[in-house]
Design a protein around this ligand. Structure first.
Ligand SMILES: C[S@@+](CC[C@H](N)C(=O)[O-])C[C@H]1O[C@@H](n2cnc3c(N)ncnc32)[C@H](O)[C@@H]1O
Length: 276
């Protein structure tokens, strides 16, 4: 599988809305840069007209431009290895690749090779989810990680003591990558599964649910997640902006999920709800 990178030049105030619009037409991996951001999609799903249409809606609102190129899977991995910097989240969690030096004195260490998957920890939503996870008792818990990407949140859950984790994603290469990362981190209790909400049909309830996806998927699939959460248990959402929190909360209320708290960074949100 090869990928298309769409490199968008856009002012900061337009970048967020463009990311949301591109996410709606199938882009699911984004990377900020000084000029704007890059969005990625599998080559087979790339439609230049869809990008042109999104961009045309914002014409005249700022300095906008975009170009695209195809990146082979092999080149992607090489580029990623060149660019990925290790990072520390909440002064407690190190996220690095196997070829980075191991930092000393941190409580938790996550080693990932994200390849084409989302979830290096550099995106605000991933870091916010991890910060929220640190506040939740995972010991002995059964956890669902919906939209697992690299599996970073699933690995964090195991490091925090989770008994077992089901990590699910709709992208085949992502599920493969999450399984590799689980092995790299010696997390033998993570099961990685390909699919969407339909693969949860016969699942027993989970003690904790993590779902960093996007606003529309969360609104659509929240009923199914909520049905798998027993009373008093937490569900952590991310992948949406502050202005969407009220929509997420309104949908959550329909499924007996009660707002507890949220964190934000650069307008992104990760919120905790519990089942009534
Ligand atoms: C924002 S990334 C989050 C990755 C990782 N969990 C993290 O926190 O960094 C969202 C992931 O959700 C996946 N996804 C998109 N739609 C989905 C759906 N309907 N059900 C499950 N996963 C989905 C994407 O393929 C992508 O890997």
């Amino acid at each position: 599988m090869d990928f298309v990178e769409v490199r968008v030049q856009a002012p900061r105030e337009l970048a967020d809305i463009l990311v949301a619009e591109l996410a709606e037409v199938g882009y699911d991996t984004f990377e900020d840069n000084d000029e704007g951001f890059c969005a990625y999609i599998g080559e087979g799903d790339f439609n230049p007209d869809a990008v042109a249409e999104v961009m045309s809606r914002y014409e005249g609102l700022g300095e906008l431009g975009y170009e695209h190129r195809v990146i082979t899977r092999q080149n992607w991995n090489a580029e990623w290895e060149k660019n990925f910097q290790p990072l520390i989240i909440a002064d407690r969690v190190s996220v690095r690749a196997p070829f980075h030096e191991k930092p000393e004195g941190l409580e938790y260490e996550i080693v990932i090779m994200p390849r084409m998957s989302f979830g290096t920890g550099h995106h605000e939503t991933t870091a916010l989810m991890i910060e929220n996870q640190l506040d939740i008792d995972h010991a002995g818990k059964r956890v669902l990680d919906m939209g697992c990407g690299t599996g970073i949140l699933a690995i964090m859950a195991v490091h925090l003591g989770a008994k077992e984790v089901l990590a699910v994603d709709v992208e085949p290469w992502t599920v493969e990558n999450a399984a590799d990362n689980a092995a790299e981190n010696n997390c033998t209790n993570i099961e990685c599964r390909l699919g969407g909400v339909e693969v949860l049909e016969r699942e027993a309830p989970f003690d904790i649910i993590l779902a960093n996806i996007n606003r529309n998927v969360l609104l659509e699939d929240m009923h199914a997640y909520a049905a798998l959460l027993p009373q008093g248990r937490p569900i952590l959402f991310s992948g949406f902006y502050q202005e969407d929190l009220s929509k997420i909360e309104a949908e959550a209320t329909k499924h007996a999920l009660v707002y507890q708290s949220h964190r934000t960074k650069n307008n992104w949100v990760s919120a905790i709800f519990t089942k009534l």
